[in-house]
Each structure stands twice: as structure tokens, then as C-alpha cells.
Design a protein around this ligand. Structure first.
Ligand SMILES: [Zn+2]
Length: 349
């Protein structure tokens, strides 16, 4: 079997690849992830390394577009720059950026430090992780987009002074989230500070501009080390995930009333409340009068907390019973099924 991923070393190696358009680059990578190392400009001291990952989800192009710009400029840095271009197969099937992952694949951001390496994807991830773990990384970021409207924010899975500093370099808003989802950033977190950065909706020039700005700040930052005596920099706004809200699996649902006979119709435009207060008594959807609660909410310990958050009214309205701050509210049925409808958050103290 051919290699599990492409491996490029230095700009000379990348030259032919970078000549084409965005689509050409992905086409040339065909069906495999690409791991790139741009060696440090100076070899005087033993250089550290930084990693930027992108396209871990095939329908989230902002980070990849930002990284193409950087690589095309041909800049070199006082550290080794590692770049991972993730799920290329999903990014080019059925037109550009149509799939988070393909039906015959696992999610590429759920296969890091995971169980047995039974699949080509898992074997590729294991080999890439081995390379990255021996790269002497001082920091790593992973660039994503959201499927609903959200401000741009950083996700930190392990609270540490270095992690807070890295998050503050990337975004004004930070979400602390103990994912435990076998993401690349979690797998690398024992080695160096890591954050994922959500760059808003895909396919918007603002998302790519934000990703470019993050990449620029990340590459320009002098250090991510925090001396013990120092008060570390922190993002302006810090939240933590409290609960995960899903639609019960047997409930057919839709984000609009037209067509079909969904059991639950979700109120349109709720993603506008992401990172904002969705006030008590607000209607978030409708069921047939008399139908039971279509939503299920669990806290991070797995306890069912649905009754503390939502109520189905006799007239069929589904309301929130307390002020909540939703994050990552999606607007697609597929994403709501694959992950969840939204999470709730609270201030991190
Ligand atoms: Zn993503």
C-alpha cells in the first residue's frame, strides 16, 4: 500500500504543488493528508517547532486558505513550521469543501490516540502523531469553521498558563472544553499548549481573514512560555462548556416548517444567540400539542438535566426555562445528528 500521507520537506519540495490554484493543490494531494515541515531559518540554536493544522474537517476551508497564503509567500521563521492539511478526500469529493468527512470515513478529528489502528485513516493519524511528538513543538493550533453563526473563538482543552497565553494570542473569546474526543489538539496537549480556533462560518472572506490574522499572530509571537512568577495573559472573555443538547434520536426534526412532517420544528435563527444570552421563556421550537420533550440535555458528567433547561408547553411550544448561553448552535440536521444541536456555556472563574 502506498504511503498513508504526503510528506513535504522545505519549500523546494512544495514548489510544484503550490503553483496551481487552491483546487489544484487539493487535487494534487488527491486522497491523502499532507504533513509539511518548513525548517527554521537559523540553525544557530536548536530550533523549536510550531504546528498549524487545517482542513481536519473537509468543509472548513478558512484555515487552509490562510495557510496557502503563508506557504506561497515562502517565509521562514526562527522555528520549524509544521503544517498539516487534514481530510483532503472529504474536501474534494462532490465539489470543493462539501463534506466534513465522507460516509465511509471516521471524523479525522476523532482518530488521534484512539483505539486500534484498524483503518488507513487511523494508521495515518498514528504515524503523523509520532512525527509531531518528536518535533519538539512549543505550540500548536488547529483552524476550523462552525456550521452556525458564532464569533471567532479559541477552544482550550487543558487549562494552563501557557494554554491561556496561546488562546489570548489567537482570539478574544475562549471556550474551555474538556472534549475527550480524540482530537489532534488533545493528543498533543501533553507536549505543548494547543488550541483549536473556530473562524466563523465557512465560505466567508471574513473567516479566511480572521484565520490569516490568527496565523500571523501565532507565527509572530515571541514565545509561548510563561515564567512561573508571571501573571499569564488571558483572553478577554472566558467561558466553559456546561451541557450538551441533542434532539432525541427518534424525533424527526427540521429548521423550517415547510415540507415533510417533522415531529419538532426548531425556531429559525437561533444561531444568532451563540455566545449570547438566550433568555428564559424564549421559544426554541414547536412540537404537536401533547408531545413529550424532543430535546435531551446532559451535563459534562452525563447527568440528564433536560428538565432544568427546557419545557414543552401544552400548546406545543418548546421553551427554555432559564437564561442560557448557547454555543456552537448549528443550523443543519446532519451536524445536529452527528454532534449535537448546541452546547450551553457559563463564565469560567
Ligand atoms: Zn471542525
Amino acid at each position: 500500500m502506498a504511503g498513508l500521507y504526503h510528506r513535504f520537506e522545505g519549500y523546494e519540495d512544495l514548489k510544484a504543488l503550490l503553483e496551481g490554484s487552491e483546487e489544484d493543490v487539493l487535487g494534487a494531494l488527491a486522497d491523502k493528508p499532507a504533513l509539511i515541515r518548513i525548517p527554521a531559518a537559523s540553525t544557530a540554536a536548536a530550533p523549536k517547532a510550531r504546528l498549524i493544522a487545517c482542513l481536519m474537517h473537509g468543509n472548513e476551508p478558512s484555515g487552509f486558505q490562510a495557510m496557502l497564503e503563508v506557504l506561497r509567500r515562502g517565509d521562514r521563521f526562527p522555528f520549524d513550521l509544521w503544517v498539516l492539511i487534514g481530510n483532503v478526500r472529504a474536501a474534494i469529493q462532490d465539489g470543493l469543501y462539501a463534506h466534513r468527512h465522507l460516509d465511509d470515513q471516521e471524523d479525522f478529528n476523532r482518530v488521534w490516540d484512539v483505539g486500534p489502528a484498524t483503518t488507513r485513516m487511523r494508521r495515518g493519524a498514528a504515524a503523523i502523531l509520532e512525527e509531531l511528538r518528536s518535533a519538539d513543538l512549543e505550540a500548536a493550533i488547529d483552524l476550523h469553521n462552525n456550521s452556525g453563526r458564532n464569533p471567532c473563538y479559541a477552544i482550550l482543552t487543558q487549562l494552563s498558563p501557557e494554554g491561556l497565553l496561546l488562546a489570548s494570542v489567537c482570539a478574544d473569546t475562549m471556550l474551555h472544553w474538556r472534549l475527550r474526543a480524540h482530537t489532534l489538539m488533545e493528543a498533543l496537549a501533553p507536549a505543548c499548549p494547543t488550541v483549536s480556533v473556530e473562524c466563523g462560518l465557512p465560505h466567508l472572506p471574513e473567516g479566511t481573514a480572521f484565520a490569516s490574522a490568527v496565523v500571523h499572530r501565532f507565527l509572530a509571537a515571541e514565545t509561548f512560555a510563561v515564567p512561573a512568577a508571571d501573571e499569564p495573559a488571558r483572553p478577554q472573555r472566558m467561558l466553559e462548556i456546561l451541557e450538551r443538547v441533542t434532539v432525541r434520536p427518534e424525533v424527526a426534526f427540521s429548521f423550517h416548517a415547510a415540507g415533510g412532517q417533522p415531529d419538532f420544528v426548531i425556531a429559525p435563527g437561533l444561531d444568532a444567540y451563540n455566545f449570547d444570552v438566550l433568555p428564559a421563556d424564549h421559544t426554541i421550537g414547536h412540537v404537536d400539542p401533547g408531545a413529550a420533550m424532543p430535546l435531551l440535555a446532559r451535563d459534562m458528567a452525563g447527568r440528564d438535566v433536560t428538565d432544568q433547561l427546557f419545557r414543552a408547553m401544552p400548546d406545543g411550544r418548546v421553551i427554555v426555562v432559564t437564561d442560557i448561553v448557547p454555543v456552537m448552535m448549528t443550523t443543519t440536521v446532519q451536524q445536529a445528528r452527528r454532534d449535537c444541536l448546541f452546547y450551553t456555556s457559563g463564565p469560567l472563574d
